[in-house]
Design a protein around this ligand. Structure first.
Ligand code: SF4
Ligand code: SF4
Length: 382
């Protein structure tokens, strides 16, 4: 395994590959039924392979991921081998006392007196307002001062502009966690955001390097492209090498669910040095990205300039769902997510009243109301 350091955190190297604990082995495919024995086997394999970073969240596995980690570390005696990262469920906070309540509950679940890397979960422009209004930043500073957490960061899902605002809005950030892979180089924070954070000494943790596993199972055209490379490599290996290549990236998380995946990914990370990709490898990954992007339904860059919509439509969010489903062949799952999260939540394309306010704001000149209607038909399966 190779190890890297967060710029602002001295004396604590972490493994270049981290174990994301949101897709742990389960019984019968139920996220609320973690297969504890299989998870412990994974944890032992991870420790053996030199992985030192575990990433969880209050809500993963229907709220059971942290408890499974706590129990597994207790039983295996491996707490000292890992740094623990977990996230506060920002959207559940109702008042300023909730931050301490969440954290204390998480410490109990994890059976630990401290959390090494503590994040505000899935920040974006709206949640950034919420965390400041409810005193989350002050609560984190206090928790760091009294030793319950060691380092303060945030994970992120919104536009690049919102990312920069959040980075610049709090001097005590030590790290951030962003989605990044060889397809999503200009999505959300993207390459520009990663560089922006690193220039300010904020270490970057990458999530979704395999795009929820989709890049491990590429379409035929991408498989053919990869097959032309002299050394046989899995889709997962290509994707991991891309993330590991960025020198700003301290650790790359992978939501692994089997011992085999741990061993495979750890072997890749053991030779994934920063700036190691050759120009031929970069070319191949660029071509693969082009193949994925040719499957886009709407040329939306998710810049967010069209927002806010007075009718509450999450315009970039809807287009990102439609594009993701089309690029990665994930329509059934994405459709279910769209109906639950967007349509029921009132931010679906069905809320568009065609007022036209968003149209002049789109630098891509997308006919937003028409494309929303199409996207809704596609996602809703109508
Ligand atoms: S046209 Fe539709 S999406 Fe655009 S601002 Fe109006 S209601 Fe919102
Ligand atoms: S629809 Fe246009 S303005 Fe809105 S997020 Fe997409 S590219 Fe940006």
């Amino acid at each position: 395994m190779l190890y890297r350091q967060f710029p602002k955190i001295e004396g604590q190297d972490v493994s270049a590959l981290g174990l994301g604990c949101m897709r742990l082995p389960t019984i019968g495919g139920d996220p609320g039924a973690i297969d504890q024995a299989a998870f412990e086997a994974m944890l032992l394999a991870a420790a053996e392979a030199g992985i030192t970073y575990l990433d969880s969240a209050y809500v993963y596995h229907k709220g059971l991921s942290e408890g499974a980690i706590g129990a597994a570390l207790d039983r295996t005696g491996l707490r000292g081998r890992f740094t623990l990262a977990t996230k506060s469920p920002v959207w559940l906070a109702k008042d300023s006392g909730d931050w301490d309540r969440f954290l204390d509950e998480q410490l109990k679940r994890l059976r630990s007196d401290h959390i090494d890397f503590y994040l505000l979960h899935a920040l974006g422009a709206e949640r950034w307002d919420l965390v400041r209004r409810l005193g989350a930043l002050e609560a984190l500073q206090k928790a760091k001062a009294d030793g319950r957490i060691r380092h303060i960061g945030f994970s992120f899902h919104d536009s690049l502009g919102a990312f920069k605002t959040i980075i610049d809005g709090f001097p005590d950030w030590e790290f951030c966690q962003v989605q990044f892979n060889y397809v999503d180089t200009a999505y959300q924070a993207g390459e520009e955001g990663i560089a922006y954070a690193a220039e300010r000494g904020i270490g970057v943790v990458v999530m979704e390097p395999l795009r929820g596993g989709a890049l491990a199972d590429p379409p035929q055209a991408v498989r053919d492209l990869f097959a032309g490379y002299p050394t046989p490599r899995t889709g997962a290996e290509w994707a991991l090498r891309f993330a590991l290549d960025r020198q700003e990236v301290v650790t790359t998380l992978s939501g692994m669910g089997t011992v085999e995946q741990v061993l495979h990914n750890a072997a890749v990370a053991s030779s994934g040095r920063p700036n190691a990709l050759t120009s031929r490898e970069r070319e191949i990954l660029g071509e693969a990205r082009g193949i994925y992007l040719s499957r886009l339904r709407v040329p939306c860059t998710t810049c967010g300039y069209c927002m806010p919509c007075p009718s509450g439509v999450d315009i970039p969010g809807v287009f990102a769902q439609a594009n993701g489903a089309s690029m990665f062949d994930t329509l059934p799952g994405t459709s279910a997510w769209y109906m639950t999260s967007f349509v029921k939540g009132g931010s679906g394309a069905d809320q568009c009243v065609r007022c036209g306010q968003c149209l002049p704001k789109c630098p891509q000149h997308i006919e937003i109301p028409d494309r929303l209607e199409e996207s809704h038909r596609y996602l809703a399966g109508a």
